[in-house]
Design a protein around this ligand. Structure first.
Ligand SMILES: CC(C)(COP(=O)(O)OP(=O)(O)OC[C@H]1O[C@@H](n2cnc3c(N)ncnc32)[C@H](O)[C@@H]1OP(=O)(O)O)[C@@H](O)C(=O)NCCC(=O)NCCS
Length: 255
């Protein structure tokens, strides 16, 4: 077992307050977003990483260094799984969609998180190609057409959480990641893939979203809603109740 904390934050409510916490480079990048919704997600994601890093490391948020580790290249730059400089034992993962930002971290195991907006406009007939293994596709096809988009996205988040845990991202074909109930396996794992079996956990997010957590140990989960950013991260009670409160999605914003 390992302790895992997951923070859920609403970008529409919090992004304005998050803005002053960004580094100069992040602020510059945020100004280049054309979509206001995508910009808010970026701003809140980076601010949350800084605030939680600040609390963990005991340094001001603007002095937190977020590193990125790419599994495929040594070119450096702003890509690959994020990590906090100075906190080597801590693994974390971020995901954003619609108006939600999720951040999962653990001092005891590797983590990956993914959230998706339940986009009901997905065409049930097109779901699964290149993403699902044959047995997963058969299971999906057996469902009523109206239920397929949500089930597809539920599977997708589980697979994407796994590839984000490992740091490979979508360079690993999602069809190769076999979801079997609460576990994910790869028949031929690429270099750097964890030796441990991966545990998958559905996260209770607001209506309109689906989210999954992948971990290399069975998680002892604390789910927290971020309610303010003024004095560091102010958290709501660690209960699914607050986090499952319905938040309207922003149509047309899938990430
Ligand atoms: C990681 C990836 C799956 C994210 O997918 P997405 O649905 O667009 O975005 P999500 O909202 O779920 O996640 C975004 C977060 O993933 C994290 N992330 C980026 N690359 C990652 C990786 N390789 N592993 C784990 N997490 C990663 C970042 O923290 C990012 O948030 P931030 O930029 O606000 O800090 C996708 O962008 C990807 O596969 N990238 C890797 C591509 C790659 O490695 N190419 C080779 C380059 S040499």
């Amino acid at each position: 077992m390992a302790d895992v904390e997951v923070w859920v934050a609403d970008a529409v409510a919090l992004a304005d307050r998050a803005e002053p916490l960004l580094s100069a480079a992040e602020a510059e990048r945020s100004r280049r977003y054309v979509s206001a919704a995508a910009r808010r997600l970026f701003v809140l994601s980076r601010a949350l990483q800084r605030l939680l890093g600040s609390a963990r490391l005991g340094v001001p948020a603007d002095r937190v260094e977020i590193g990125r580790r790419c599994r495929l290249c040594t070119a450096g730059g702003d890509h690959g799984k994020p990590y906090l400089e100075g906190a080597p034992g801590l693994d974390y993962s971020v995901s954003h969609a619609g108006r939600l930002v999720l951040l999962a971290w653990s001092p005891g195991c590797r983590v990956g998180v993914d959230v998706e907006w339940l986009d009901r406009r997905l065409d049930p007939a097109l779901l699964g190609a290149r993403t699902l293994a044959a047995a997963e596709q058969a299971g999906l096809d057996a469902l009523p057409a109206a239920d397929r988009p949500a089930e597809f996205l539920r599977l997708w988040t589980r697979k994407e959480a796994a590839v984000k845990l490992a740091g490979h991202g979508l360079t690993v074909p999602l069809a190769a990641v076999r979801v079997d109930g609460p576990t994910a396996r790869l028949a031929e794992p690429p270099p750097g893939w964890p030796a441990e079996p991966l545990s998958l956990t559905a996260l209770p997010v607001p209506d309109g979203y689906t989210a999954a957590l992948a971990t290399t140990a069975s998680p002892r989960l604390a789910l927290r809603e971020v309610i303010d950013l003024r004095n560091g991260v102010e958290l709501g009670p660690p209960a699914a109740g607050r986090a499952t409160r319905g938040l309207p999605v922003e149509p047309g914003t899938t990430n």
